[in-house]
Write a protein that binds this ligand. Structure first.
Ligand SMILES: *Cc1c(COP(=O)(O)O)cnc(C)c1O
Length: 463
């Protein structure tokens, strides 16, 4: 399997290559040269498989020669063995038509664990083979940081420097990062906002004074391997709800468009999917783009669902490439225009291509709260604000009554307990497996909000 860049000029790479590369050298994102296909019979034969085995089956065509099937199976076993539920991503029924797909049973209670637990193992595997080391540098406003740290803590040949804006992540989120005590984990609290931290990380990637001596890696969802791991649970859910003979719709709380793009990949591979509903909060660039072609940024409004408070959705570029004719040269020009003007209009081909599978909806703060209340009062389910936005969009969607609608539940409600308590009156407890979070010792350094301070700290502490 070869991977090509959405901007057409970076070299094609194999799976091991894209896993370690992150962003393509032409600024684009890697996508498979062609989508692997399963026949309906092949999908039927996956029914009843344990999650780790299903994962290996669905991912093997993407991995190609980079890993032997037996080795891939060992890695999925190890990654998903750490989940607190044997089904890994269990389904919960809400009413006749609506279901939740719980993606938060991993070590840090966020759906990002599903992909990052595997990614940590893939890094270790491919780096050992090349006898090389990777220094991951990232910025987080909360969930990505803890999931990435948990995934690489104690692994060989890889270390992680994670920046968070001092005082601006919740206590639970900070402690999930800073109480992980491993020599290859470096937590940094910097003065400033998440955007300041993110800008510093971008500079590190472009600083030859750093990259000449260190191979710098990324863990955000521009990494293809993360999206690939997320394709699996669309198959898992469909197989349990009558697929592939019956079509399903999925509603996905969306930020960077990674999770819902994985649904598009599942459909491309032959899984019958009726509809993918892109759910946004008031930061609704994707809702506007999908409903009238207007892809223009505004300012970010903080909401109860911070992981969806975005201006630009990096993975949307992958969809535009795939449905817009796979013309990297034209897309590179379109994206350059977007980066200059902070706005663009989708082409007709992109709009029509997206409309074949995607619709969208947005929820404001009041609708988010109401959705949490509805789930609790009518179904006895406590859900987090991100999931609530997905559920709001699912219930508003015009889907025929005999099509099951699955809302992806992306975070455990205990991660956002203040919002949950305000909406429902219930303060969800942290699950037992993280229950001693507030008793564990924290370790992090505090740095001023200057690029030099961050760079010097990384150079002094990276091995
Ligand atoms: C990251 C995240 C999202 C958004 O996922 P994308 O792949 O960026 O669209 C939604 N909900 C939660 C809880 C998240 O952590």
């Amino acid at each position: 399997m070869k991977y090509v860049s959405t901007r057409g000029s970076a070299p094609a790479l194999d799976f091991a290559g894209v896993t370690l590369a992150g962003l393509a050298s032409d600024g684009g994102l890697y996508v498979p040269e062609a989508w692997p296909q399963f026949t309906i019979d092949e999908i039927v034969a996956m029914r009843g498989l344990p999650y780790a085995e299903l994962a290996a089956r669905v991912m093997q065509p993407f991995v190609g020669e980079s890993l032997a099937p037996k080795r891939l199976r060992e890695l999925t076993e190890q990654a998903y063995g750490r989940f607190a539920h044997t089904a890994v991503t269990p389904l919960v029924q809400l009413d006749e038509q609506h279901w939740l797909l719980e993606l938060f049973h991993g070590p840090t209670l966020a759906f990002k664990d599903v992909a990052l637990q595997l990614l940590g193992l893939l890094f270790e595997e491919f780096l050992a083979r090349e006898d090389s080391r990777l220094t991951i540098v990232g910025a987080t406003s909360g969930d990505t940081g803890s999931a990435a740290i948990d995934a690489v803590a104690g692994r060989d040949n890889v270390e992680i420097f994670m920046l968070h804006p001092k005082g601006r992540v919740s206590d639970v989120q900070r402690r999930q990062m800073t109480t992980v005590r491993a020599p290859n984990v470096h937590n940094i609290a910097i003065e400033g906002s998440f955007d300041d931290a993110q800008a510093m990380v971008k500079r590190i990637f472009a600083d030859e004074g750093v990259t000449a001596s260190h191979r710098i890696g990324a863990v955000n969802s521009i990494n293809w391997a993360r999206l690939m791991a997320q394709v699996v649970y669309y198959f898992a859910a469909a197989l349990q709800l009558g697929g592939p003979e019956r079509k399903l719709a999925f509603s996905v709380p969306t930020g960077n468009f990674g999770d819902v793009f994985a649904g598009h990949v599942a459909a491309r591979m032959g899984l019958p999917i009726e509809r993918l509903i892109v759910a946004t909060n008031v930061n609704d660039i994707l809702h506007r783009a999908l409903s009238n072609g207007d892809y223009s940024t505004g300012t970010v409004t903080p909401t109860a669902a911070p992981s969806m408070d975005i201006q630009v959705s990096s993975n949307f570029e992958r969809l535009l490439f795939d449905v817009g004719g796979r013309d990297g040269v034209a897309l590179a020009e379109q994206m350059r225009g977007f980066e200059a003007a902070k706005a663009m209009q989708l082409t007709n081909a992109q709009r029509e291509g997206a409309a074949a599978l995607f619709t969208s909806a947005r929820a404001d703060e009041e609708e988010t709260s109401r959705s949490m209340r509805w789930a609790y009062e009518n179904c006895g389910e406590i859900i987090d604000p991100h999931t609530a936005i997905g559920l709001h969009a699912a219930r508003a969607a015009d889907v025929s009554a005999d099509t099951p609608v699955v809302t992806l539940a992306t975070a455990h409600p205990a991660k956002f307990r203040d919002s949950v308590e305000r909406a429902t009156g219930i303060r969800p407890p942290l699950p037992n497996r993280v229950g001693d979070l507030f008793a564990r010792e924290e370790a992090f350094v505090e740095l001023p909000g200057t690029y030099e301070a961050v760079r010097d700290h990384i150079l002094a502490n990276a091995s």
